[in-house]
Design a protein around this ligand. Sequence first.
Ligand SMILES: [Zn+2]
Length: 367
Amino acid sequence: MRSTIAATVSLVVIAAAGAGCSNAETLVFEEMRKIDVHVHFFDDLPELADMLRRNNMCVVNICLYGTRPEFLEPGHIRAVYLQETYAPQFFFASTFDLTQRNEPDYAEQVIAWLDRTFEDGALMVKLWKDAGMEITTPDGEFILPDDPIFDPIYSHIARRGKPLMMHVADPIEAWRPLDPNSFHYNYYRNNPEWHVYGREGFPSHEELMAARDNVLAKHPDLVVLGAHFGSMTHDLDALAERFERFPNFHVDVSARTPLLFSKPTQEVREFFITYQDRILYGTDASKFSILGQPPEEQRIAFAENMERSYRSDFQYYAGQGTATFGRREVECLALPREVVEKFFYKNAQRLMPGLATAGTGPQTADE
Ligand SMILES: [Zn+2]
């Protein structure tokens, strides 16, 4: 009788494990380290820094505006100020000028600038979608991210051991008719310049993905972090194929977590487990005011909103059962602890060793 009970119990355990839906332990938001590798916070935000500290979090602040060189220096100075003022909650990634690209010493200029940003603490470099979707040659041809002008710059970034965050292309919806049911509808309605559907001479989504792939192939020592799921959230098989082909390719989930809600939970869960060394947590949250420092009540509200959104994301990736996200009832991924740890901080610390000091809470023994 005893053995029958034992057999029944172990069968139940195997069935639960086989279903792959439950996580043996409940992971606690405040206890686990968490790194948001993709934010744009350029206001002075002491309340946000407090919230991050309380929750064992830090952020990597991404500098922007390669096509607006007047913002490069002020953006860099602000990123360094935030890094120093709110250590170890704020880190940063630099970016570089795209407007001097026809100058004969363009690569040398960019390399000297990037070296200066690395000295000031930049952990990564960002190349935005304006390479591929905006900048052109003097003849009006689009300059794609694999253009030879960038090769010496990519080689230098690889030599310096820094990852390159590449935001290449946009979601596939930019190449499709505007659809009110699409997650990206409001973005393209408010930013029609990036809705390229039907525009003559514009690179296709496939061409831009191929250009990104070509960078990965040409620079196998360059660690590439594809922003926004590598602009491939619509096709996880295609993304998996890239992970198989390019060991130097990684992605962040910034601004794409809500898109995962509409995919089959089991498929997403298996994807995160299979590629657990390649996927990093990020949000693409941003806060920068044109008219100086935002007032205190606005900063407090922003910190509260961010905390709610971080807790909700953690619930989706690490939680169990179903939960409500926005107006949707969604099954949580219940990822195993080791996968959650890699996703929320260990992968980021591996790619950017400067993040080793990030957070204040306990880390697991193998670090
Ligand atoms: Zn961004």
